[in-house]
Design a protein around this ligand. Structure first.
Ligand code: NAG
Ligand code: NAG
Ligand code: NAG
Length: 151
């Protein structure tokens, strides 16, 4: 019980961050390459898109093509006994995400860049949202979304 309480208090103190670089996350990329920067751009915890509203998409992607999704574990807290995970999803709106890729967090250093190749762009045309989530060991979930257009 005592250990459990310690773990819970760690969860409050330890903060993690997630920056979505490609496709570019909604809003600026303040805090990129600065572990645990005070900046809030990579420290968004409101589902499903970190509280950031939909934007005009600046990236057009060919239907059914392969995309390399790039994101940064800006700062992380990793407990091997309770590994968190990263998930990439895509949807036509914020209520219809389909999971594309998911994998467990590991002992990677702060600022680690994940390059996830061969993420398949949807076949339906028009506005879509790529979402990346980072479930951390302490249970806090970080969210980033990017608006793109499938052509
Ligand atoms: C990240 O956000 C949380 C809650 O929104 C806040 O308590 C924390 O201080 C922020 N961390 C940094 C390093 O900005
Ligand atoms: C990711 O973590 C969440 C929360 O603990 C869990 O529900 C989900 O099954 C995990 N997914 C993977 C692939 O580990
Ligand atoms: C595109 O991604 C799919 C699924 O991830 C993979 O099977 C395929 O080999 C990739 N194609 C190219 C040209 O990289």
């Amino acid at each position: 019980m005592f250990n459990y309480i310690i773990l819970l208090s760690c969860a409050v103190i330890v903060s993690s961050h997630l920056c979505l670089i490609n496709p570019h996350q909604r809003g600026p990329l303040g805090g990129l390459n600065v572990p645990g920067a005070e900046d809030l751009d990579c420290n968004l915890t409101a589902p499903p898109c970190g509280g950031r509203p939909r934007e005009q998409s600046i990236l057009s992607l060919k239907a059914d093509s392969n995309l390399t999704v790039v994101f940064q574990k800006n700062i992380g807290y990793f407990d091997p006994a309770l590994p968190g995970n990263f998930t990439i999803s895509v949807g036509a709106d914020e209520n219809s995400f389909t999971e594309l890729v998911t994998f467990e967090d590991s002992e990677t250093k702060d600022l680690y860049l994940h390059f996830i190749h061969d993420v398949v762009v949807p076949s339906t045309l028009g506005h879509h949202i790529f979402q990346v989530t980072y479930v951390t060991s302490p249970g806090v979930v970080y969210y980033q979304c990017a608006d793109i257009t499938v052509i």
